[in-house]
Design a protein around this ligand. Sequence first.
Ligand code: NAD
Length: 507
Amino acid sequence: MGASESAANRAKAAELLKRFKDQPAGHYINGNWLSTDGQETFDNLEPAGNTSLGAVVSGTVQDMDAACEAAASAFEEWSAFSGQARKKMLHHFADLIEKRAEEIALVESSDCGQAIRFMKQAAIRGAANFRFFADKAPEAQNGLSLFQPEHTNYTLRKPIGPVGIITPWNTPFMLATWKIAPALAAGCTIVHKPAELSPLSATLLAEISEEAGFPAGVWNMVHGFGEIVGKRLSEHPAIKAVALVGETSTGSHIISQGAATLKRVHLELGGKNPVIVFDDANFDRALDAVVFMIYSLNGQRCTSSSRLLIQNSIKEKFISALIERIGKLKVGDPLDPETEVGPLIHRTHVEKVMGYMSLASEAGATIAAGGYRPEALAAGNYVAPTLFTDADNEMRISQEEIFGPVLTAIGFDTEEEAISAANDVPYGLAAYIWTADVGRSMRMAQRVEAGMLWVNSENNRNLPSPFGGMKMSGIGRDGGDYSFDFYMETKNVCIAHDSHKVPSLGV
Ligand code: NAD
C-alpha cells in the first residue's frame, strides 16, 4: 500500500512539475505574468535528490519597483471594496485553493522536502487562513468608543497601504497564506517575495489570485534573492509595512533597510525553544510531543522544541525511551506517505547542521542518536534524526538555532533551574511545559520568556490567538485582530458635545 501510494505520488508530482522544467517560474505583476525570455535565472533544486526542478527568474530592482508601483496603483480601488465584498473574494480564493489541494501538496513537498504526510495539510490550512480572515474582513475597520464628559472619541482603522510579505523556505505555502490573508482582508495590496530555495508554491498562489479575479495589482509576486529584491521591497517608498518570516539576522536587515522610509515591520524570526518535562508529567504524552516537535517538518520549524530540559529524576528513563523512538523514525523520500523525516532544504543547510555534530563532540556532549547522514540516501540532503545528551545550556548546540532534526537534552533538578535555563538564550519564541502541577505551570508561564507557551501540549494552532516571539525571536504578533493592528492604521476621532469651553485668545 505504502509503496504503491508513494510511486503514484512520484508519478503525479513529476507530471505537475514538468511545466516548471519547460518554462522558468516568473513574476506576476499588475495582473500579468512577465515574459521570462532572456531573463537571468537560477536553478531550483529538489532536496530529495538535488536534481533540477527548473529555472526561476532572478528578479531585479526594476522588477521589484514595477511590483511595488502596481500595488500602490491598485490600493485605492482595493481598499474601497466593502468588507463584505472582500469577504466574498477571499472565500472564493479559499475554494480555489481547496480545488488544487493535491497539486499544492505534491509541489510543496517536492520543492521544500517536507514529508507529504504533513504537506497534505498545507492547502487545507492555507484555505482555513483565508476563510478565517475573510470572515473578519467586514469588522476590520471597527474600533473603540471612548467617552469623556464633554467629548466622545471613537477609533477606526484604515488599511495602511501596499505591504511587502517576505516568506522563508520551510513551510512556504502555509506561511504565505498566513501573512497575505489578513493583509488583503484589511484592504491592503501586497507584493510577495517568496524564498529563493522553495519558490514554486508562490507561483501557484499567484495563479490562484489571478483565477480568483482580484483587480490587477492587488496581488504581485516577484521571485529572486533576498539581498536584491527582498532588500528593494523593504526600501521602496510606496510600501508602508513589511512582514517578514525568516532568520533573526534578516530581521535586522529589514529594520535598517526600511529605516529611511520609516517602514512598519513585523518580524517572525528564529527560536531555540525549550520543552520542559517535569517528573510528574504524563510520560507517554510528553514523549510523543517531544519527538513530534523536533523531528516533524525535519526540524525546520520555527516553533520546534530544539532544547529538551528534562528533570534529572526521570532523565535516564526518558532519554532511553527517546533514543528508542528516534531509532524507529522513518527517514526517506518526502513523497512517500510513510516518511516521517525528509531531506533538508539545501546542501549548504546540511553542512550547517552537520557542523553542529563536531561542535557537540568538541564541547563534550554525547551524540546519543543520529549524528550522521544516511548513506543509502546520499543523493539527497538527509540528516539522521539526532540527539545530543550530556549537554549544558552554555554550549553552542544549546544556544543556536540549528533548524534541523537535532535535539539537545539538558538535565535540571528544580523549577528555578528549569526557568533559568529556559530563559538563558537570546531567543523567546515558544516554550512547552509538561507537568501535572497546575500551580507550577501557571508560575512557569509567568516567568518563561516566550511569546507563546503551551502547557501539556505540542504546538496547537488557534487562529485568533497571538502568534509571535520576544527577544531575538521577533517584533509584533499575528493572528486574529493582532494582524489587523499591523496591516491597518488606527485613527482617533474626537467629537465635542459643544458644551466645553474653547480657550479664547486675543479677545
Ligand atoms: P531567511 O531569513 O534566510 O530568508 C527569509 C526570507 O527573507 C527569504 O525570502 C529571503 O530571500 C529574504 N531575505 C533574505 N535577506 C534579505 C534582505 N536583506 N532583505 C529582504 N529580504 C531578505 O530565512 P530562511 O532561511 O528562509 O528561513 C528559516 C528561518 O525562518 C529560521 O530562522 C526560522 O526560525 C525562521 N522562521 C520563523 C517563523 C516564525 O514564525 N517565527 C516561522 C518560520 C520560519
